[in-house]
Design a protein around this ligand. Sequence first.
Ligand code: GUN
Length: 284
Amino acid sequence: MANIIDGKVISAKIKEECKEIVLKLKEEEKTVCLAVIQVGTDVASSVYVKNKIKACEYIGILSKTYELPEETTQDEVLQLIEELNDDQEVDGILVQLPLPAHMDENKITQAISAKKDVDGFHDENVGALVTGHKGFLSCTPAGIIELLKRSQIEIEGKHCVVVGRSNIVGKPMALLLLRENGTVTICHSKTKDLKEITKQADILIAAIGKPKFFDETYVKDGAVIIDVGIHRDAHNKLCGDVDFDAVQSKVSAITPVPGGVGPMTIAMLMYNCVQSAKRKYKID
Ligand code: GUN
């Protein structure tokens, strides 16, 4: 039977660690503050933003929320980002994606000061990831590394296959696994014989964006499966990119959906906010 990697338990532990640090900072009258900007009323985005604010409240991180109407101009958002970049109280700035079609997502993302880019999307932070220097890490891939490490799953020397090459998950995931001395293969929509490659994976990161795509024929006996997908199946039940029931008897460890990778993203966002504040206060 596979070990079920419990993202709820591990993310709760990380949030507790953050809470402890925030409490200590508070004793010295030091605060941690995250600014969250949402443009428009995308339902999924509203849920994500609400959960991020809730996590801040739980940990003791102050939050400033900006819920802007759909018709807000790009210049208005850029102006707000500039103000928040200059605001000494603010440690992290997050613009929830996707943005309305009339905005250039890249321009907005790059306008956030790299020092406050707690999403890890700024080119400066992505560059630091490539070269192995200090910077903010994209939250989902950083969360996956924590899941593996805290489950005592060795990455070094393992064949890690990442299926997906997005800027938010696939690419930073591959770089982080490489940093941990994994042997990394990246697959994507143009990859030929995908199954032949995923069957060689010791660690498979499934971020293909298709519900229950990976069944038992895609995985090796004893592999570790990390499922980044989140979808609703035909019965309106949450599911991932992996057919959990089909593979679980074959693999050594697997993340469930929900309760696997999902909770880790917010925990790592909180971690990044705390790190940003510590840097501001010149701690460590
Ligand atoms: N939209 C979906 N995931 C994310 C995320 O991690 N950060 C931001 N800013 N927007 C998102």
